[in-house]
Design a protein around this ligand. Structure first.
Ligand code: ATP
Length: 329
């Protein structure tokens, strides 16, 4: 197992309140597998991603759980030990990563620096490897001679994806890597990601609110809501055999790429305030299936091989889904 997250809890402190952004998240990721982490804005996806390589803001901290990565619990490592893992073993690409490119240095120089900071390599070799990475992400190697301002936003984001891949990390965490770009460019870059999957050995955790992207890119999907995972399984099962009402809600609103900028989710209501003490199922106030039982926390049930759901009524949801799928007579 490449990554095994067990009961991760990450909280923020703000204005004398404790915000339980991640409150008991568990999932596993095998080498070579891609996982899509999906859910509405504010459900804790980014906090989960930042917890894994511990780049949380100063008011946030991991308060419980384990982050087992290749035999080490990252939650317990010192900063110095973690620094050896960041980039070399776990690279991160965020929405705003392209803004981190230094405007006064040529792209090629920044690629060389990215290599030389971590490994012993001469300039020529680093430039050769950069040219190869550029071909993988769909950039001309002549772009290595450009300054960042000579590149479009989409090209800059491709540069940071190439940088993330530079050291062949076993894990790349991509947090909404294309959301800041226009839709046509997003589509191009995501297609490139699909192509990359076959070329590199890294596993990818793709954080996104756009579940249609996950359908194209990830073998596994974890659906997050209000700081918890509601359902996880193979992407195929999540789309075809969902057992959690929240997953059904996300899928019913299955957006096309063109609609991705608009409000994606048609589930009435909004997620609960994570600064409150939440009792029972966190989705109960928005759930058409909820009963008194949902005042209690649901157990996690295995509804198929490695297909887990946190709901008291998975069978009712399945029945509803099957009826809804029948052709109308
Ligand atoms: P989005 O898609 O909007 O980025 P998300 O699912 O990634 O959302 P997070 O950004 O992880 O969710 O936020 C989870 C919760 O933690 C939210 O209630 C958010 O307001 C809160 N939060 C995030 N960052 C901080 C912070 N630095 N200080 C206090 N609260 C925070």
């Amino acid at each position: 197992m490449l990554l095994n997250l067990k009961n991760l809890k990450t909280y923020y402190r703000m204005n004398n309140q404790i915000i339980k952004a991640v409150d008991g998240v568990s999932f596993k990721l095998r080498s070579g597998e891609n996982l899509g982490l999906v859910g509405e804005s504010g459900c804790g996806k980014t906090t989960t991603a930042k917890s894994i390589n511990r780049i949380l803001p100063s008011n946030g901290g991991i308060v419980g759980g384990e982050i087992n990565f290749q035999g080490k619990d990252l939650a317990k490592l010192s900063d110095a030990e973690l620094n050896k893992i960041r980039w070399q073993e776990i690279a991160m690409v965020t929405q705003s990563a392209m803004n981190a490119l230094n405007p006064v240095y040529k792209i090629g120089d920044q690629m060389v620096e990215a290599f030389q900071t971590h490994i012993k390599i001469n300039r020529e070799e680093a430039l050769d490897r950069s040219a190869h990475l550029f071909s993988l992400v769909g950039l001309e190697k002549s772009r290595l001679k450009d300054y960042p301002h000579q590149l479009s936003g989409g090209m800059k984001q491709r540069v940071v994806i190439a940088m993330a891949m530079a050291l062949d990390p076993p894990l790349i965490i991509a947090d909404e890597p294309t959301t800041a770009l226009d839709v046509v460019v997003q589509d191009g870059i995501l297609k490139q990601f699909v192509y990359l999957q076959n070329k590199i050995d890294s596993s990818i955790i793709l954080v996104t609110h756009d579940i249609s992207v996950v359908a194209e890119l990830c073998q596994r999907t974890a659906v997050m809501y209000a700081g918890r995972i509601m359902e996880q399984g193979t992407t195929r099962e999540i789309f075809k055999e969902a057992y959690h009402p929240y997953t059904l809600g996300l899928i019913n609103a299955f957006p096309t790429l063109e609609a991705a900028k608009d409000n994606l989710i048609s589930i009435p209501g909004s997620p609960p305030n994570l600064a409150r003490d939440l009792n029972g199922c966190r989705f109960k106030d928005r759930c058409p299936f909820a009963t008194e039982l949902c005042e209690q926390d649901p157990e996690i049930t295995e509804v198929g091989p490695e297909h887990l759901v946190a709901c008291h009524y998975p069978e009712r949801v399945a029945e509803f889904r099957e009826k809804a799928a029948l052709p109308k007579t």
